[in-house]
Design a protein around this ligand. Structure first.
Ligand SMILES: NC(=O)C1=CN([C@@H]2O[C@H](COP(=O)(O)OP(=O)(O)OC[C@H]3O[C@@H](n4cnc5c(N)ncnc54)[C@H](O)[C@@H]3O)[C@@H](O)[C@H]2O)C=CC1
Length: 382
């Protein structure tokens, strides 16, 4: 009886403490507790696990340390080595803690009578004293286990906060833990040179996780000098190697690089010529260009600041200033629809009959970037 009373007291404290949160159904509450116990005993024998794990402030369950993202999810970055089975158990307890929303749904469906009872009888009883009286009576009548389950459910209705996406960032040296995460239902989202990012979606509804970068961004540089000569190259590698084709310098924009900076860099790297960015003249989108990724190709006009050519050894067979007419007469250019359009656009631009997009620095509270637009036509209207 004294044990019952002690448990009743615990139940009353549980009801009175709004900071306490439980997984939504009683069973998951008990499961989480037992997993947490398992983790804690593992922690005692493994200092690395100790460094990793932390106790969830609301549920008391041992979970992976995580920060919340802006989309209702959590991100955990694993930084210390640990045993895969310990990681697996920790992951399970973390997911159990973060999964409260899903459990709430299944509870509502399967235990609709209890839910109605709680909503009809318990919720309207706002007064603290009434709650205490109700809790004590309920505990004595139903026994501590059943009342504890009901308390967990009640807490869930009052304070549930389930997570959505769960991200795990694994550095290269801990890649062995990926298997455990995959077994728990995680999938690969993206990989960089030094880490693998996995993700898991908790809600039953379909995930809203955006796929990783879908496009590669490339540039082609139209650089024309005062003698109406255009800067062209022959490539050592790629689809046009060894065909004697003279083409605009092209390349790929780096991560964190603006299109206009990337075009100036690519021209310098491939030909040694210094340039100043003028405008984006046009862009093309294609699909399945680089593995499964699409391609955005920006045709940029650049003004030469130097004329001396110093062709890049690794990628460029030859580079030169070529008369514009000669460039356009190449069969390769004439027979290629994209290049025919590019030639027409560049000619129009060189003759002053075409306006491209000029970058304008724009700032938002959390972002800085460039808006590329036709400044001439806009300004002529204002
Ligand atoms: N190359 C061309 O004649 C044309 C290119 N473009 C556009 O220009 C932009 C850049 O294209 P490209 O210059 O052709 O770039 P690319 O994709 O051929 O190569 C970019 C860089 O990556 C390297 N690279 C690519 N795949 C590689 C691999 N498997 N192994 C080792 N190195 C590799 C290349 O050597 C180069 O340094 C793209 O947006 C493309 O659509 C558009 C029309 C024609």
């Amino acid at each position: 009886m004294s044990c019952r009373l002690a448990k009743s007291y615990g139940f009353i404290r549980l009801l009175m403490n709004p900071r306490l949160r439980f997984p939504a159904d009683g069973f998951s509450a008990f499961r989480s507790c037992s997993t947490a116990t398992r983790i804690r005993s593992m922690s005692a024998s493994s200092s690395s696990t100790n460094l990793m794990a932390g106790e969830d402030a609301n549920s008391g369950v041992t979970v992976l340390p995580a920060v919340e993202d802006k989309y209702g999810g959590v991100m955990t970055e694993i930084s210390h080595p640990m045993d895969p089975s310990a990681f697996s158990a920790l992951l399970q307890s973390s997911l159990s803690t973060w999964t409260t929303q899903r459990h709430r749904k299944s509870f509502e469906w399967q235990s609709v009578d209890v839910t109605l009872f709680l909503k009809a009888i318990v919720f309207p009883m706002r007064a603290r004293e009434t709650m205490c009286y109700f809790a004590t009576t309920l505990t004595i009548a139903l026994g501590p286990e059943v009342t504890c389950m009901i308390a967990a459910c009640l807490q869930t209705f009052l304070y549930t906060q389930g997570k959505k996406g769960v991200w795990i960032k694994l550095p290269r040296q801990l890649i062995g833990l990926a298997e455990a995460a995959v077994k728990e239902g995680f999938w690969f989202h993206h990989a960089e040179k030094d880490y693998l990012m996995l993700v898991y979606w908790i809600p039953i509804e379909g995930d809203t996780i955006p796929s990783n970068a879908s496009h590669r961004v490339g540039i082609g540089a139209f650089v024309i000098n005062h003698n109406k000569e255009v800067l062209v190259v022959q490539e050592k590698t790629g689809r046009f190697q060894g065909q004697g084709i003279w083409k605009f310098p092209t390349g790929v924009v780096n991560e964190g690089e603006y299109i206009h900076d990337g075009s100036v860099r690519e021209v310098k790297e491939e030909t040694g010529v210094d340039t100043e960015f003028v405008q984006v003249l046009a862009f093309r989108q294609t699909h399945k260009a680089f593995f499964e990724k699409s391609d955005l190709f920006f045709v940029c006009m650049l003004k030469p600041l130097s004329l001396e050519i110093n062709a890049q050894e690794t990628e460029i067979e030859a580079a030169q200033w070529m008369p514009w007419e000669e460039y356009t007469k190449q069969p390769f250019v004439q027979n290629h629809e994209l290049l025919r359009y590019m030639t027409a656009i560049c000619s129009a631009k060189a003759n002053g009959d075409y306006e491209g997009f000029t970058p304008l620095r724009v700032s938002a509270p959390d972002q800085q970037g460039n808006l590329y637009f036709n400044t001439r036509d806009l300004h002529s209207r204002h």
